[in-house]
Design a protein around this ligand. Structure first.
Ligand SMILES: Nc1ncnc2c1ncn2[C@@H]1O[C@H](COP(=O)(O)OP(=O)(O)OP(=O)(O)O)[C@@H](O)[C@H]1O
Length: 288
């Protein structure tokens, strides 16, 4: 299912003295099966864009097409429920939305709300808890007895239990330790690779953009200022530094070496690429 933005603008509190731009004339397509990263400073419009992906917000102008659904300013909320199932949203600190007495009930809540019988929803919960790397033993525990990282996994399992086609992740590793972050990013990669989920990830971690994404959207003041593959986006490190968006560690290292006379083309995104380009320049052999 592709999601296409056609000249989408969104104004908060339109028509009041407090009106403010959330999105300005955004046109792009998030392709079915892609892994899209959205980067940009605080207030650049990332969350506003995310909320258009399942019509939590509707454009003030322009059209968002989500599979068979066309969303404009005039679209009524009546028939939008299926969208909430197709596009799963994992908000920042998603664990704060857990509320049920047991992990199983919490994960089963969403599917039951969509008419799945209790027994089937609980079976889904058992399957999803494994998908997010938790032991089945947690199913009967209170979510509030788990660690913060485990609670976040339960919240993600609840979104996965809706069996969405698109998984939207708003800074899903915020507040986790480095090992927890790595595990969580690996889990999303597996869901993408093995289950064909389209992933949309908002992140400030440029290493994650380089390592996982195949498409990048760069937001600034509500506008989409650049889009392309990570290679295209990171090919212009000076622009990213000027925008204070940061670079993947490897690219940053290569950029410093470039200032010392080394040459790189294209700019390396991974350690292996860096080594392959660097070794001949210091008299070694490229590996592999
Ligand atoms: N509920 C709201 N009412 C009014 N203005 C809002 C509201 N939410 C966001 N805005 C404004 O819309 C613009 C885009 O905000 P948005 O939250 O989409 O940015 P963001 O890139 O997601 O930021 P962050 O990284 O802090 O989450 C900002 O100028 C912000 O102040």
């Amino acid at each position: 299912m592709d999601i296409t933005f056609d000249h989408v603008s969104f104004t908060y509190q339109a028509g009041t003295p407090f009106a403010g731009d959330g999105l300005k004339d955004v046109s792009t397509t998030i392709r079915d099966g892609s892994y899209t990263a959205i980067i940009g400073h605080t207030g650049s419009g990332k969350s506003t864009l995310l909320q258009h992906l399942n019509a939590l917000l509707k454009p003030t102008a322009g059209t968002v097409t989500i599979g068979d659904f066309k969303i404009t300013n005039e679209t009524s909320n009546k028939h939008l429920k299926p969208l909430r199932q197709k596009v799963g949203m994992v908000f920042q600190f998603a664990e704060s939305q857990l509320f049920e007495q047991t992990v199983a009930k919490d994960i089963a809540f969403g599917p039951q709300n969509f008419g799945v019988p209790e027994a089937d929803a609980l079976a889904l919960a058992a399957e999803m808890v494994t998908q997010v790397g938790l032991p089945k033993g947690v199913l009967d525990q209170s979510p509030f007895d788990l660690s913060g990282g485990q609670m976040r996994r339960v919240a993600i399992a609840g979104v996965l239990a809706m069996q969405p086609e698109v998984l939207v992740l708003d800074e899903p590793t915020a507040g986790l330790d480095p090992a927890g972050r790595q595990e969580m990013m690996t889990m999303f990669k597996r869901l993408h690779d093995e289950h064909g989920l389209t992933i949309v990830l908002v992140t400030h971690q440029m290493d994650d953009v380089a390592d996982y994404a195949d498409h990048v959207l760069v937001m600034e003041h509500g506008a989409l200022v650049r889009q392309g593959s990570p290679r295209e986006i990171f090919a212009d490190p000076d622009w990213l530094v000027q925008k204070q968006l940061g670079l993947p560690k490897t690219t940053r290292f290569a950029q410093r070496l470039r200032q010392k006379g080394f040459t790189f083309s294209p700019m390396p995104l991974t350690v292996a690429e860096l080594a392959d380009q660097l070794l001949p320049q210091i008299g070694g052999q490229p590996h592999g």
